[in-house]
Design a protein around this ligand. Structure first.
Ligand SMILES: Nc1nc2c(ncn2[C@@H]2O[C@H](COP(=O)(O)OP(=O)(O)OP(=O)(O)O)[C@@H](O)[C@H]2O)c(=O)[nH]1
Length: 815
């Protein structure tokens, strides 16, 4: 039976009309206002995460097309996708910055989607997006399986409900079942197979051709026509059908897995369905899948080939059916305990105050026309244009200008952002007043209603900050002429405001400016932006590894008391010592560079009525700024910045009651930190270097040379050597999940050349190792020469470690 699609049967209720109207629809970006209409329960804030090249942007592009948002499908390889709109993204064919886009599905739901980059150098983009998302789609490449970067993004998305989409099922060597096994064993999760691949030409000569999916929940086979993306044929699977036996086993497996968790399903299965897996209704299965996903019990798995337009509509159905709305999602962590209640109509209500609006800024960009744009997620109440808001992270108070919702690089102006929504603050006031990670507080109803909010429980509320990973590479940046210096400084400030995982360090004595980032590509893109986009006339030096120093001992306390009322007792400690001494009543604040911390112990003034003219947040920010400057230049071995330290300010601190500026606080605290560090002997310092986690994949025959090079010249610490796709390999390998993977019913992988797999000679080996970054710079050319171009590797930041004494002299010689 081959029907023209009846999407109301195959997909969600309104999908059919959406799909067939699509050709006539224009790209209506900028004209369609969803915000005032969409109910919070019909909102989905989701991200697409995966390793590089898994197909995130390709899948996003199909989602936009099938939703009617676009009238033509863009392709990464042709550089014309909606979400990869930066010139560097289009020319390189990779995603660099996460792009947000909003579209509707089934004429009922609004999906706010963020397409994130897969390259490890842009990991901060993934971290900050995940901070504000309620759920995500993890894309896997059916040929590559679970890669090191997949394990990394999976870890980053811990606690966020995820759906898995096994993509590229059309490629030779695609293994749906093999990838699912890896998913279970390497990512330690139970799976719910909602659909499995269907191939044409499985018995004749030639390769089987991927053409659709077997929908386990709705008992149908869906087939797509590559030349006509909207044409989908739907076949009911009945008991004499070719697919019946597989369907019975898959349903049994699905219902059994869900039953271990869901009492309601067990009851229905035993009492009403009389133990027949085939008659459990799709609605009950869907409800159970959602319950188990939200409880973090199991992950739904679907498959497709986005490039061939196969399997994307069922994925969208899964997004709206299973991923949580803001009403069902977890709230972020706050700096203090405050009552939160979820109200079906209004969303989260914090401190029992329906008028309290709390939002978090997670991204700042500079648009050539609109100026600074700050992306925010609203967690409670409403954010209205023209209202006065309070930045509880910095203490700044300002009026917000226009609010917009972004559709990649096209803006739609709105009057209000409601609870659960993601939108953008624009206008001149935001540029100086909001940074990535800041918490914004305002009154939902009164334009100037801040005064009626509680000072401590409401205005003092902060969402825990977005952590920035430390940079591992640096380049020296110089203006071409002295006249270019100002533009260089402004341009660097612009790119750092947008991307806090880039850092700048200015040596006050030599005047040298060092720009540091997460990797070579990261710095290359930054250089490209400085020269071509911001037209800063600069010379950029060679890429160097970022070394740091840390402390082996605590400093003494430096104490200062002035006649006009300033008092500070400051010491600096290694971070592990500070962590061990951390007690719950201390206030911790992250410094924005190099994973250093500020511990501002509560002064007696914090407990009662606040006596100072200056707000607590302003004091914290002044001390953070002075600590950053002081720690940047204080390494005694080679003048490297200090890393993993904590600046502690004892609870006897005070400032003059009538002080109206923080400049004295800045100067005095900076001087005290310098003084404390100066008194430590050189032996109290140690040099740190970035250590990378690498996964090298090579043929068995090339293993010897590669290993010799890694352990000899590159000082690698080998963690494991496994067969590629071996279920027992990987960072989180767990025997319980390996057993689960072996027991899971899975259809045979049709496209895997079985002869190749079993012959052994062609099995690739994966070497996992920890290597100092300095020893692995430009490794690709060496690996190519050792493996005749057949080897490949991926690399991720592991951590900073002390440089071993045998390598220290050669490192110091370079500086
Ligand atoms: N054969 C095949 N190729 C695909 C499929 N999906 C994506 N590709 C190709 O895979 C390559 C990478 O696709 P992208 O969509 O850029 O992948 P990505 O995950 O967004 O990449 P980054 O954002 O740079 O990490 C492109 O050449 C795509 O055309 C698929 O289903 N089948």
């Amino acid at each position: 039976m081959n029907l023209k699609v009846s999407a109301s049967k195959a997909f969600g209720a309104d999908t059919l009309s959406t799909m067939f109207k699509m050709r006539m629809l224009r790209l209506e970006i900028g004209r369609r206002s969803f915000s005032s209409k969409t109910d919070v329960s019909a909102l989905r804030n989701i991200g697409i995460i995966a390793h590089i090249d898994a197909g995130k942007t390709t899948t996003t592009e199909r989602m936009l097309y099938f939703s009617g948002k676009t009238k033509r499908i863009g392709n990464v390889d042709e550089g014309d996708t909606i979400t990869d709109f930066l010139p560097q993204e289009r020319s390189r064919g990779i995603t660099i910055q996460s792009a947000a886009i909003s579209f509707s599905w089934q004429n009922k739901f609004r999906i706010n989607l963020i397409d994130t980059p897969g390259h490890a150098d842009f990991t901060f983009e993934v971290i900050r997006s995940l901070k504000v998302l309620d759920g995500c789609v993890t894309i896997l490449d059916a040929v590559a399986g679970v890669e090191a970067q997949t394990e990394k993004v999976w870890k980053q998305a811990k606690g966020i409900p995820k759906i898995c989409f096994i993509n590229k099922m059309d490629r030779a060597g695609a293994g749906f079942s093999r990838t699912t096994k890896e998913l279970i064993a390497k990512l330690n999760t139970r799976v719910l197979l909602l659909n499995v691949p269907v191939f044409a030409n499985t018995s004749g000569p030639g390769e089987p051709v991927f053409e659709g999916v077997l929908d386990v929940v709705n008992k149908k086979v869906l087939r797509w026509t590559p030349q006509d993306p909207e044409r989908v044929s739907v076949e009911d699977i009945i008991c004499n059908s070719y697919y019946w036996n597989d369907l019975v086993k898959l349903r049994e497996c699905l219902v059994e897995t869900l039953s271990e968790f869901d009492e309601e399903l067990v009851e229905y299965f035993l009492d009403t369905a009389n133990g027949d897996y085939m008659i459990v209704p799709p609605e009950l299965i869907n409800k159970s899948v959602k319950k188990s996903l939200l409880a973090n019990y199991a992950v739904p798995v679907l498959c497709g080939a986005s490039f061939r337009n196969i399997g994307v509509q069922p994925l969208l159905d899964a997004v709206v059916n299973y991923l949580p709305s803001p009403l069902e999602a977890k709230l972020p962590e706050f700096n203090t305990n405050v009552p939160v209640e979820v109200n079906k109509k209004e969303g989260s209500v914090i401190n029992n105050n329906k008028n309290l609006c709390v939002a978090q800024a997670f991204k700042v960009i500079t648009d050539p026309i609109r100026g600074i744009m700050v992306y925010v997620r609203v967690y409670s109440g409403c954010l209205n244009s023209g209202f006065t808001v309070y930045n509880s992270t910095t203490g700044a108070k300002f009026k917000i200008g226009k609010l917009v919702i972004m559709h990649a690089n096209v803006a739609e102006e709105v009057k209000q952002l409601k609870c659960g929504e993601i939108g953008v603050l624009t206008g001149s006031t935001v540029s100086e007043n909001v940074r990535t990670g800041d918490t914004i507080i305002t009154h939902s109803m009164k334009k100037d209603g801040l005064k009626s909010l509680n000072r401590v429980k409401e205005l003092g509320l902060k969402i825990n900050p977005i952590e920035t990973p430390p940079p591992v590479f640096s380049v020296a940046v110089e203006p071409r002429t002295l006249g270019n210096k100002k533009l260089m400084e402004e341009s660097i400030a612009t790119i750092i405001r947008e991307d806090p995982s880039l850092h700048v360090n200015v040596d006050e004595e030599t005047g040298q400016t060092l720009l540091s980032g997460m990797g070579q590509l990261h710095l290359e893109i930054a250089k490209d932006r400085l020269l071509n986009e911001l037209k800063a006339e600069v010379e950029v030096g060679k890429v160097m590894v970022s070394f740091k120093e840390t402390l082996n001992a605590c400093t003494k306390q430096s104490v200062l008391q002035t006649e006009d009322g300033y008092r500070f007792s400051i010491s600096v400690e290694p971070l592990d010592v500070a962590m061990a001494a951390k007690s719950s009543d201390e206030d911790w604040h992250y410094l924005s560079t190099d994973n250093n911390y500020l511990i501002l112990e509560k002064s007696p003034a914090c407990a009662g009525n606040w006596p100072y003219q200056i707000s607590y947040e302003q004091i914290v920010n002044a001390v953070i700024s002075s600590s950053i400057v002081a720690l940047q230049k204080s390494g005694k071995i080679a003048n490297f910045p200090l890393h993993s330290c904590a600046v502690r300010i004892k609870n006897d601190w005070s400032i003059p009651l009538d002080a109206t500026s923080v400049s004295q606080t800045l100067a005095l605290s900076r001087g005290l930190i310098f003084e404390a560090l100066r008194e430590l002997p050189d032996t109290a310092f140690a040099v740190l270097e970035p250590i990378m986690h690498i996964n090298v994949t090579v043929k068995q025959s090339d293993m010897g040379h590669v290993l010799q090079d890694l352990t000899g010249a590159r000082k690698a610490n080998i963690l494991s050597i496994d067969d590629e796709h071996d279920l027992t390999s990987g960072e989180n390998a767990d025997i319980q999940y390996q057993r689960l993977a072996e027991d899971q019913f899975l259809p045979m992988d049709a496209t895997l050349g079985l002869a190749n797999i079993s012959s052994g000679a062609t099995v690739n080996k994966t070497i996992r190792a920890l290597v100092p970054l300095k020893e692995i710079v430009s490794y690709m050319s060496k690996l190519r020469s050792l493996t005749k171009g057949r080897g490949s590797y991926t690399m991720n930041y592991h951590g900073m470690e002390k440089v071993t004494s045998d390598r220290l002299p050669s490192i110091l010689e370079e500086f």
